[in-house]
Design a protein around this ligand. Sequence first.
Ligand SMILES: *[C@@H]1O[C@H](CO)[C@@H](O)[C@H](O)[C@H]1NC(C)=O
Ligand SMILES: *[C@@H]1O[C@H](CO)[C@@H](O)[C@H](O)[C@H]1NC(C)=O
Ligand SMILES: *[C@@H]1O[C@H](CO)[C@@H](O)[C@H](O)[C@H]1NC(C)=O
Ligand SMILES: *[C@@H]1O[C@H](CO)[C@@H](O)[C@H](O)[C@H]1NC(C)=O
Ligand SMILES: *[C@@H]1O[C@H](CO)[C@@H](O)[C@H](O)[C@H]1NC(C)=O
Ligand SMILES: *[C@@H]1O[C@H](CO)[C@@H](O)[C@H](O)[C@H]1NC(C)=O
Length: 416
Amino acid sequence: MKQIVSLDKKIQSLYPLALASILLLGTTRLVFDGLKSNNSYVFQKCGRQIRAQQQVVVVSPKDLIDESCNVFEGNWVWDNVSHPLYTEQSCPYLVKQVTCQRNGRHDTFYKNWRWQPNGCDLPRFDAFKLLQILRGKRLMFVGDSVQRGQFESLVCLVQSIIPEGKKSLERIPPRKIFKIQEYDASIEYYWAPFIVESISDHATKHTVMKRLVKLDSIAKHGKHWEGVDYLVFESYVWWRYKPTINATYENPDDVQEYNVSTAYRLALNTWANWIDSTINPQTQKVFFMSMSPTHLWSWEWKTGSNGNCFNETYPIQGSPSYWGSGSSLEIMDIIRDTLAGLKTNVKFLNITRLSEFRKDAHTTIYGERKGKLLTKEQRADPKNFADCIHWCLPGVPDTWNEILYAHLLKSHQNIS
Ligand SMILES: *[C@@H]1O[C@H](CO)[C@@H](O)[C@H](O)[C@H]1NC(C)=O
Ligand SMILES: *[C@@H]1O[C@H](CO)[C@@H](O)[C@H](O)[C@H]1NC(C)=O
Ligand SMILES: *[C@@H]1O[C@H](CO)[C@@H](O)[C@H](O)[C@H]1NC(C)=O
Ligand SMILES: *[C@@H]1O[C@H](CO)[C@@H](O)[C@H](O)[C@H]1NC(C)=O
Ligand SMILES: *[C@@H]1O[C@H](CO)[C@@H](O)[C@H](O)[C@H]1NC(C)=O
Ligand SMILES: *[C@@H]1O[C@H](CO)[C@@H](O)[C@H](O)[C@H]1NC(C)=O
């Protein structure tokens, strides 16, 4: 018991100090981020021609998940035939933070797992269908760097079927906009690590060690979200650096330390008011992603060990109810309550547990910190320097998008 208490204390502050700088991006990022892409190469590898004139999305019965099926319950099955859905080399839009193989990771199993829900199959991802659904529309991810991974994943999932010259990635901080010209469609990312306003809203100059959140302010961000057809929100890790957080509420000059749960609830309320007053449910659809789990302490899945996610090469299997201490059930409850209180229907994608199993899929020492790849010395010290928050791509965020895709297919079916 005593041990558990002290471990819980440790968890109160989610990240060991050294790890916190993972959430600090260097200004170099803006300059180097994927700009050195070799687009022509990508399209040469892919001979399929786009059928831009085709209007109808053929949603076959196999594409529709049964109402009664909980796609978030299931297990990871080895499938090196269908997965990964793209490769690092084939997607020029990946940032250095996620290209684990290029950064030196040798084991590759983490790319070959497919999520198999217990009661049904996920529809097979079809980039053509997704583009048809997105025709004339905007899909925007809003959140932190974990959410940016999901954005990049979706871009990679569709980009290979779009010819060179008909697609582009623009940076208008704090946004990234992937445009698909022939479809007049875009997949976008908007940096807002707390969803509400904060001093961490600059796209590159921010650190988790210095946070000040404006719990009742969202207008500056919100005006960029207005009219977006599909909005996908996420916000978690930035709240969890310490058990309390500096924030303002009502009086912008009155900075106080808030209990994180209290602050998170107030922030989500602000968000909920924005949703209910701004979203047109007839034309817009909103998703909320559950917490992306971290794997900072290996003793949680391997009793007696004292490492982190580094060197892990297999998912957790045979423990269907595994839940790590990094995923706060209290935050989960706040999200549940907030969504339940909304007038607007927001689809909650509860990807926490399925991702909990994937201790093998983080970037570890093959990612970045402060906008740079790890040095040799840092790599030699995985205990302090492994990133067990972000995910390699291709990888787990692709599955989140397969699930998002399944819901987009379904809602499209309902509209047309
Ligand atoms: C880009 O791709 C072409 C065609 O595959 C290749 O010849 C060229 O070396 C690549 N350039 C860079 C900068 O990677
Ligand atoms: C796929 O996995 C099977 C079973 O583990 C293995 O025998 C096969 O060599 C793998 N194929 C590839 C292309 O890696
Ligand atoms: C809140 O701000 C004060 C003053 O800058 C600082 O001393 C304190 O550590 C901050 N608290 C948290 C939880 O960051
Ligand atoms: C934060 O608030 C929650 C519920 O209001 C409470 O259960 C928890 O103990 C508080 N945490 C701290 C560190 O005060
Ligand atoms: C990681 O695995 C390699 C090879 O299995 C082993 O030599 C090394 O000691 C491991 N490192 C850690 C930190 O567990
Ligand atoms: C999300 O799923 C987990 C287990 O998979 C469950 O414990 C939790 O209650 C779910 N959250 C919501 C809001 O439904």
